[in-house]
Design a protein around this ligand. Structure first.
Ligand code: NAP
Length: 314
């Protein structure tokens, strides 16, 4: 049998890199696997991080580099390969990438989530130049401007209220005439004077050449189309977990328990339903998905990993 790691961490975003730092400092035989050449995860696409303590104004790419340098300085073994399939049940877990097979006593799932896209024309082209998937990250760029939030859940309503503090006006566009968001959030929304709700409407096109200039909407009841002049479009129609590599056909044997959205069920300790399998960061079923919470998860999860290794060795 070849080498058996103490822990293999899959995904090198803030959660995975923090887990790697803590694992190395705990003197665990650690391997960090990341499919992209660059580690960093979702923050690589964030212009400016304004809410990670000590790094105000940092570009997301630069913060990712800082995390990465820290991992490298500690001498963590890391590879750029995409995981294709896994066997997670049993004492020794096996990870197959397109190039090799790796074995480990524990696994940390840390591949994060991706915001759901609208799929509207203009969305991809203007992503980062007016189209955003994170109001807390990018809202400050739209001070005294006009923005639109798409969605009717808790995140959309929270985003609209958050944006309304700095924006001249915020539209909330929802595909039904009733919000999914909790009642208390709805009350706060309806009490905010510079928010206007546009009901029964979907985005059919995001307008602009190099910068967002507006949005074309369609009323789903009347089929009538209209345009709003806006500077920013915030898409808040839910998140998708990056779980394809450890579910469905990619999974041999038993898998971890998922919530109805496909996120891995675990508390802050990262302990999943399968012994020796842990989760950290945005992939975990939780409320707030931010760099700060991902970093916290990455630190916590290694305490759970070391406890598990100690118990299974005794
Ligand atoms: P969500 O609850 O799934 O809401 C997504 C919203 O987007 C829904 O209103 C949905 O419309 C709409 N939508 C989905 N696909 C769409 C499309 N293609 N075009 C237009 N609209 C679309 O997602 P979320 O708001 O991101 O929240 C995720 C989870 O975190 C939820 O469980 C939420 O309760 C939780 N959360 C809780 C809090 C809190 O407790 N304060 C804060 C944040 C998040 P329909 O309603 O018509 O389906």
């Amino acid at each position: 049998m070849g080498k058996i790691y103490d822990v293999i961490i899959i995904g090198a975003g803030p959660a995975g890199m923090t887990a790697a730092i803590y694992a190395k400092r705990a003197e665990l035989e650690t391997l960090l696997i990341e499919k992209n050449f660059m580690g960093g995860g979702q923050i690589l696409n964030t212009y400016e991080i304004d809410n990670f303590p000590g790094f105000k104004g940092y570009n997301g790419f630069d913060l990712g580099q800082k995390f990465s340098e820290h991992v490298d300085e500690l001498g963590v073994e890391r590879i750029s390969e995409e995981v294709r399939s896994v066997e997670l049940a049993g004492e020794i877990k096996t990870i197959w990438t397109e190039e090799a097979e790796y074995q480990t006593k524990t696994v940390v799932l840390a591949t994060g989530a991706s915001p759901k896209k609208l799929g509207a024309p203009g969305e991809e082209k203007l992503s980062g130049t007016g189209v955003s998937y994170c109001a807390t990250c990018d809202g400050a760029f739209f001070k005294n401007k006009i923005t639109v939030v798409i969605g009717g859940g808790d995140v959309a309503v929270e985003d609209a209220i958050f944006l309304a503090r700095g924006c001249e006006k915020v539209y909330l566009v929802h595909r039904r005439n009733e919000l999914r968001a909790t009642k208390s959030l709805q009350t706060a929304l309806f009490q905010t004077p510079n928010i206007e709700c546009v009901w029964d409407s979907v985005a059919v096109e995001i307008l602009g050449d190099t910068q967002v200039s507006g949005i074309r909407l369609k009323n789903v009841k009347t089929e009538a189309e209209s345009e709003l002049k806006v500077d920013g479009v915030f898409v808040a129609v839910g998140n998708e977990p990056n779980n394809a590599w450890f579910t469905g056909e990619a999974l041999k044997g038993d898998g971890v328990e998922l919530d109805k959205g496909g996120f891995v069920i675990a508390g802050e300790d990262g302990v999943t339903s399968l012994p020796g399998v842990f989760v950290a960061g945005d992939l975990r079923s939780k409320r707030l998905r931010q760099v700060a919470t991902a970093v916290g998860d990455g630190a916590n999860v290694i305490t759970s990993v070391t406890d598990y290794l100690t118990e299974s060795a005794s």
